[in-house]
Write a protein that binds this ligand. Sequence first.
Ligand code: ATP
Length: 270
Amino acid sequence: MNTAIAQDNAGSPSLGEPVYELSNVSKTYARNLVVALDDVSLTLRKGSFTSVIGSSGCGKSTLLKIMAGLIPPTQGRVALQGKPVTGPRRDIGMMFQQATLFPWKTAVENIVLPIEIRDGRAAAAKAMDKAHDLLDIVGLKGFDGVYPNELSGGMAQRASICRMLITEPAVLLLDEPFSALDELSRDMMNMELQRICREQDATAFLVTHSIQEAVILSDEIVVMKPRPGRVAEIVKVDLPRPRTLDMMTTPEFGEIVEYIRGLLDKGEDM
Ligand SMILES: Nc1ncnc2c1ncn2[C@@H]1O[C@H](COP(=O)(O)OP(=O)(O)OP(=O)(O)O)[C@@H](O)[C@H]1O
Protein backbone atom coordinates (compact mmCIF):
# COMPACT_ATOMS: atom_id res chain seq x y z
CA MET A 1 0.00 0.00 0.00
CA ASN A 2 1.45 3.39 -0.93
CA THR A 3 1.00 6.86 0.52
CA ALA A 4 -1.77 7.94 -1.83
CA ILE A 5 -4.04 4.94 -1.22
CA ALA A 6 -5.61 4.06 2.09
CA GLN A 7 -8.40 1.63 2.81
CA ASP A 8 -10.93 3.28 5.04
CA ASN A 9 -14.38 1.94 5.65
CA ALA A 10 -15.15 4.44 8.37
CA GLY A 11 -14.68 7.58 6.25
CA SER A 12 -11.94 10.17 6.55
CA PRO A 13 -11.60 12.14 9.77
CA SER A 14 -10.23 15.08 7.75
CA LEU A 15 -13.60 15.58 6.05
CA GLY A 16 -16.73 17.17 7.53
CA GLU A 17 -19.78 15.89 9.37
CA PRO A 18 -21.73 12.92 7.98
CA VAL A 19 -24.37 14.23 5.55
CA TYR A 20 -25.63 11.08 3.93
CA GLU A 21 -25.79 7.72 5.65
CA LEU A 22 -26.72 4.36 4.19
CA SER A 23 -26.90 1.49 6.65
CA ASN A 24 -27.13 -2.13 5.50
CA VAL A 25 -29.05 -1.26 2.34
CA SER A 26 -30.23 -4.18 0.20
CA LYS A 27 -32.41 -4.22 -2.87
CA THR A 28 -34.10 -7.19 -4.51
CA TYR A 29 -36.22 -6.34 -7.55
CA ALA A 30 -39.57 -8.04 -7.02
CA ARG A 31 -40.15 -8.55 -10.76
CA ASN A 32 -37.21 -10.91 -11.35
CA LEU A 33 -35.90 -11.46 -7.80
CA VAL A 34 -32.49 -10.05 -8.84
CA VAL A 35 -30.49 -9.07 -5.77
CA ALA A 36 -29.15 -5.77 -7.12
CA LEU A 37 -27.63 -4.64 -3.80
CA ASP A 38 -26.59 -6.64 -0.79
CA ASP A 39 -25.87 -4.99 2.55
CA VAL A 40 -24.33 -1.70 1.42
CA SER A 41 -23.26 0.75 4.11
CA LEU A 42 -21.81 4.15 3.22
CA THR A 43 -21.21 7.52 4.82
CA LEU A 44 -20.75 10.70 2.78
CA ARG A 45 -19.20 13.56 4.69
CA LYS A 46 -19.83 17.26 4.17
CA GLY A 47 -17.73 18.61 1.32
CA SER A 48 -16.49 15.18 0.24
CA PHE A 49 -16.43 13.78 -3.28
CA THR A 50 -17.20 10.06 -3.54
CA SER A 51 -17.31 7.96 -6.69
CA VAL A 52 -18.77 4.53 -7.22
CA ILE A 53 -17.26 2.24 -9.80
CA GLY A 54 -17.86 -1.37 -10.80
CA SER A 55 -18.69 -3.59 -13.73
CA SER A 56 -22.00 -3.40 -15.55
CA GLY A 57 -24.85 -4.73 -13.46
CA CYS A 58 -23.16 -4.40 -10.07
CA GLY A 59 -25.89 -2.08 -8.80
CA LYS A 60 -24.49 1.43 -9.25
CA SER A 61 -27.65 2.91 -10.77
CA THR A 62 -29.80 1.07 -8.25
CA LEU A 63 -27.72 2.60 -5.46
CA LEU A 64 -28.06 6.09 -6.92
CA LYS A 65 -31.82 5.71 -7.39
CA ILE A 66 -32.21 4.61 -3.77
CA MET A 67 -30.09 7.54 -2.60
CA ALA A 68 -32.24 9.90 -4.68
CA GLY A 69 -35.42 8.48 -3.13
CA LEU A 70 -36.63 7.33 -6.56
CA ILE A 71 -36.95 3.67 -5.47
CA PRO A 72 -37.13 2.22 -1.95
CA PRO A 73 -34.58 -0.25 -0.59
CA THR A 74 -35.87 -3.71 0.34
CA GLN A 75 -33.92 -3.49 3.58
CA GLY A 76 -31.77 -0.98 5.40
CA ARG A 77 -31.80 2.70 6.19
CA VAL A 78 -31.04 5.77 4.06
CA ALA A 79 -30.80 9.14 5.80
CA LEU A 80 -29.83 12.57 4.53
CA GLN A 81 -29.05 15.22 7.12
CA GLY A 82 -30.50 12.92 9.78
CA LYS A 83 -33.87 12.46 8.06
CA PRO A 84 -34.91 9.22 6.32
CA VAL A 85 -35.06 9.46 2.52
CA THR A 86 -38.51 8.13 1.56
CA GLY A 87 -39.00 9.94 -1.77
CA PRO A 88 -37.51 12.71 -3.95
CA ARG A 89 -36.35 15.67 -1.85
CA ARG A 90 -35.46 19.30 -2.30
CA ASP A 91 -32.06 18.88 -0.70
CA ILE A 92 -30.99 16.31 -3.31
CA GLY A 93 -29.64 17.57 -6.64
CA MET A 94 -29.34 15.21 -9.58
CA MET A 95 -27.56 15.27 -12.89
CA PHE A 96 -27.74 12.67 -15.64
CA GLN A 97 -25.73 11.52 -18.65
CA GLN A 98 -27.73 13.63 -21.10
CA ALA A 99 -28.54 17.24 -20.35
CA THR A 100 -32.30 17.21 -19.92
CA LEU A 101 -32.98 20.85 -20.75
CA PHE A 102 -36.37 21.83 -22.15
CA PRO A 103 -35.85 23.03 -25.76
CA TRP A 104 -38.58 25.67 -25.58
CA LYS A 105 -37.02 27.41 -22.59
CA THR A 106 -33.88 29.55 -22.61
CA ALA A 107 -30.81 28.57 -20.60
CA VAL A 108 -31.75 30.84 -17.70
CA GLU A 109 -35.40 29.73 -17.76
CA ASN A 110 -34.27 26.11 -17.61
CA ILE A 111 -32.07 26.90 -14.63
CA VAL A 112 -34.85 28.50 -12.57
CA LEU A 113 -37.34 25.76 -13.52
CA PRO A 114 -36.85 23.71 -10.31
CA ILE A 115 -37.70 26.87 -8.32
CA GLU A 116 -40.73 27.56 -10.53
CA ILE A 117 -42.02 24.00 -10.06
CA ARG A 118 -41.39 24.10 -6.33
CA ASP A 119 -42.33 27.66 -5.33
CA GLY A 120 -44.09 29.24 -8.33
CA ARG A 121 -43.39 31.90 -10.92
CA ALA A 122 -42.74 34.81 -8.57
CA ALA A 123 -40.04 32.83 -6.76
CA ALA A 124 -38.51 31.83 -10.12
CA ALA A 125 -38.39 35.49 -11.18
CA LYS A 126 -36.63 36.33 -7.93
CA ALA A 127 -34.09 33.55 -8.52
CA MET A 128 -33.07 35.01 -11.91
CA ASP A 129 -30.15 37.00 -10.46
CA LYS A 130 -28.77 33.87 -8.86
CA ALA A 131 -29.20 31.95 -12.14
CA HIS A 132 -27.22 34.65 -13.98
CA ASP A 133 -24.47 34.39 -11.32
CA LEU A 134 -24.36 30.60 -11.69
CA LEU A 135 -24.07 30.88 -15.48
CA ASP A 136 -21.17 33.20 -14.87
CA ILE A 137 -19.52 30.68 -12.51
CA VAL A 138 -19.69 27.85 -15.08
CA GLY A 139 -18.32 30.04 -17.88
CA LEU A 140 -21.61 30.71 -19.68
CA LYS A 141 -21.79 34.45 -19.15
CA GLY A 142 -23.91 35.99 -21.89
CA PHE A 143 -25.69 32.73 -22.76
CA ASP A 144 -28.69 33.41 -20.52
CA GLY A 145 -31.18 33.94 -23.34
CA VAL A 146 -29.90 31.17 -25.59
CA TYR A 147 -32.03 28.08 -26.36
CA PRO A 148 -30.57 24.59 -25.71
CA ASN A 149 -30.28 23.73 -29.43
CA GLU A 150 -27.75 26.56 -29.76
CA LEU A 151 -25.54 25.13 -26.99
CA SER A 152 -22.81 22.51 -27.45
CA GLY A 153 -23.04 19.28 -25.41
CA GLY A 154 -20.55 20.65 -22.87
CA MET A 155 -22.37 23.98 -22.61
CA ALA A 156 -25.69 22.20 -22.07
CA GLN A 157 -24.14 20.14 -19.26
CA ARG A 158 -22.79 23.38 -17.72
CA ALA A 159 -26.34 24.75 -17.76
CA SER A 160 -27.51 21.48 -16.16
CA ILE A 161 -24.97 21.99 -13.36
CA CYS A 162 -26.50 25.45 -12.73
CA ARG A 163 -29.99 23.95 -12.66
CA MET A 164 -28.84 21.40 -10.11
CA LEU A 165 -27.17 24.05 -7.94
CA ILE A 166 -29.96 26.67 -7.96
CA THR A 167 -31.86 24.96 -5.12
CA GLU A 168 -28.66 24.67 -3.04
CA PRO A 169 -28.96 20.91 -2.50
CA ALA A 170 -27.14 19.24 0.40
CA VAL A 171 -25.91 16.48 -1.86
CA LEU A 172 -25.22 16.22 -5.60
CA LEU A 173 -25.97 12.84 -7.18
CA LEU A 174 -24.21 12.55 -10.53
CA ASP A 175 -24.95 9.71 -12.94
CA GLU A 176 -22.07 9.77 -15.46
CA PRO A 177 -22.83 13.42 -16.23
CA PHE A 178 -20.07 13.92 -18.80
CA SER A 179 -19.84 10.50 -20.44
CA ALA A 180 -21.48 11.74 -23.65
CA LEU A 181 -18.75 14.38 -24.12
CA ASP A 182 -15.46 13.97 -25.96
CA GLU A 183 -12.44 13.23 -23.76
CA LEU A 184 -11.03 16.75 -23.77
CA SER A 185 -14.36 18.38 -22.85
CA ARG A 186 -14.92 15.72 -20.24
CA ASP A 187 -11.58 16.44 -18.54
CA MET A 188 -12.32 20.17 -18.58
CA MET A 189 -15.80 19.63 -17.17
CA ASN A 190 -14.45 17.42 -14.40
CA MET A 191 -12.06 20.18 -13.34
CA GLU A 192 -14.95 22.63 -13.50
CA LEU A 193 -17.05 20.30 -11.36
CA GLN A 194 -14.25 20.06 -8.81
CA ARG A 195 -13.95 23.86 -8.65
CA ILE A 196 -17.71 24.32 -8.20
CA CYS A 197 -17.88 21.64 -5.52
CA ARG A 198 -15.02 23.30 -3.64
CA GLU A 199 -16.55 26.77 -3.96
CA GLN A 200 -19.94 25.57 -2.73
CA ASP A 201 -18.54 23.05 -0.22
CA ALA A 202 -20.82 20.55 -1.94
CA THR A 203 -21.05 16.87 -1.07
CA ALA A 204 -20.96 14.88 -4.28
CA PHE A 205 -21.58 11.27 -5.28
CA LEU A 206 -20.61 10.21 -8.80
CA VAL A 207 -21.40 7.04 -10.73
CA THR A 208 -18.70 6.43 -13.32
CA HIS A 209 -17.19 3.73 -15.51
CA SER A 210 -13.86 5.56 -15.71
CA ILE A 211 -11.21 4.70 -13.12
CA GLN A 212 -9.20 7.83 -14.09
CA GLU A 213 -12.21 10.07 -13.63
CA ALA A 214 -12.96 8.50 -10.24
CA VAL A 215 -9.37 8.96 -9.05
CA ILE A 216 -8.88 12.55 -10.23
CA LEU A 217 -12.14 13.71 -8.60
CA SER A 218 -12.62 11.66 -5.47
CA ASP A 219 -11.71 11.58 -1.82
CA GLU A 220 -13.13 8.07 -1.66
CA ILE A 221 -13.93 5.48 -4.31
CA VAL A 222 -16.52 2.80 -3.61
CA VAL A 223 -15.48 -0.24 -5.64
CA MET A 224 -18.41 -2.58 -6.20
CA LYS A 225 -18.59 -6.18 -7.32
CA PRO A 226 -21.54 -7.93 -8.96
CA ARG A 227 -23.92 -10.83 -8.34
CA PRO A 228 -25.07 -9.68 -5.89
CA GLY A 229 -24.02 -6.02 -6.07
CA ARG A 230 -21.96 -5.23 -2.99
CA VAL A 231 -19.05 -3.11 -1.81
CA ALA A 232 -15.70 -4.75 -2.48
CA GLU A 233 -13.65 -1.99 -0.90
CA ILE A 234 -13.71 1.73 -0.19
CA VAL A 235 -10.45 3.24 -1.43
CA LYS A 236 -9.37 6.57 -0.03
CA VAL A 237 -7.49 8.86 -2.44
CA ASP A 238 -4.97 11.06 -0.67
CA LEU A 239 -3.80 13.11 -3.66
CA PRO A 240 -3.54 16.83 -2.77
CA ARG A 241 -6.28 19.32 -3.69
CA PRO A 242 -7.03 21.10 -5.86
CA ARG A 243 -6.43 18.31 -8.33
CA THR A 244 -5.04 19.22 -11.75
CA LEU A 245 -5.11 17.27 -15.00
CA ASP A 246 -1.32 16.94 -15.06
CA MET A 247 -1.58 14.85 -11.85
CA MET A 248 -2.91 12.11 -14.10
CA THR A 249 0.62 11.51 -15.36
CA THR A 250 2.17 11.07 -11.89
CA PRO A 251 3.27 7.67 -10.52
CA GLU A 252 0.97 8.11 -7.48
CA PHE A 253 -2.05 8.54 -9.74
CA GLY A 254 -1.01 5.54 -11.84
CA GLU A 255 -0.64 3.36 -8.75
CA ILE A 256 -4.14 4.12 -7.51
CA VAL A 257 -5.58 3.45 -10.96
CA GLU A 258 -3.78 0.10 -11.09
CA TYR A 259 -4.90 -0.78 -7.58
CA ILE A 260 -8.54 -0.15 -8.47
CA ARG A 261 -8.19 -1.99 -11.77
CA GLY A 262 -6.91 -4.97 -9.77
CA LEU A 263 -9.94 -4.84 -7.46
CA LEU A 264 -12.30 -4.68 -10.44
CA ASP A 265 -10.56 -7.63 -12.14
CA LYS A 266 -10.90 -9.63 -8.92
CA GLY A 267 -14.62 -8.72 -8.79
CA GLU A 268 -15.09 -10.05 -12.32
CA ASP A 269 -13.84 -13.47 -11.22
CA MET A 270 -16.37 -13.77 -8.41
N1 ATP B 1 -36.09 -2.13 -12.69
C1 ATP B 1 -35.45 -3.28 -12.60
N2 ATP B 1 -36.14 -4.44 -12.51
C2 ATP B 1 -35.50 -5.61 -12.41
N3 ATP B 1 -34.16 -5.76 -12.37
C3 ATP B 1 -33.41 -4.64 -12.45
C4 ATP B 1 -34.02 -3.34 -12.59
N4 ATP B 1 -33.03 -2.42 -12.65
C5 ATP B 1 -31.86 -3.10 -12.57
N5 ATP B 1 -32.10 -4.44 -12.45
C6 ATP B 1 -31.07 -5.48 -12.29
O1 ATP B 1 -30.31 -5.18 -11.13
C7 ATP B 1 -28.92 -5.39 -11.35
C8 ATP B 1 -28.16 -4.08 -11.10
O2 ATP B 1 -28.51 -3.15 -12.12
P1 ATP B 1 -27.98 -1.64 -12.13
O3 ATP B 1 -28.61 -0.95 -13.30
O4 ATP B 1 -28.16 -1.03 -10.79
O5 ATP B 1 -26.43 -1.88 -12.41
P2 ATP B 1 -25.30 -0.83 -12.87
O6 ATP B 1 -24.09 -1.15 -12.07
O7 ATP B 1 -25.80 0.56 -12.80
O8 ATP B 1 -25.08 -1.25 -14.40
P3 ATP B 1 -24.51 -0.37 -15.63
O9 ATP B 1 -23.07 -0.08 -15.30
O10 ATP B 1 -24.64 -1.30 -16.78
O11 ATP B 1 -25.36 0.86 -15.75
C9 ATP B 1 -28.80 -5.93 -12.77
O12 ATP B 1 -28.72 -7.33 -12.71
C10 ATP B 1 -30.08 -5.49 -13.45
O13 ATP B 1 -30.45 -6.41 -14.44
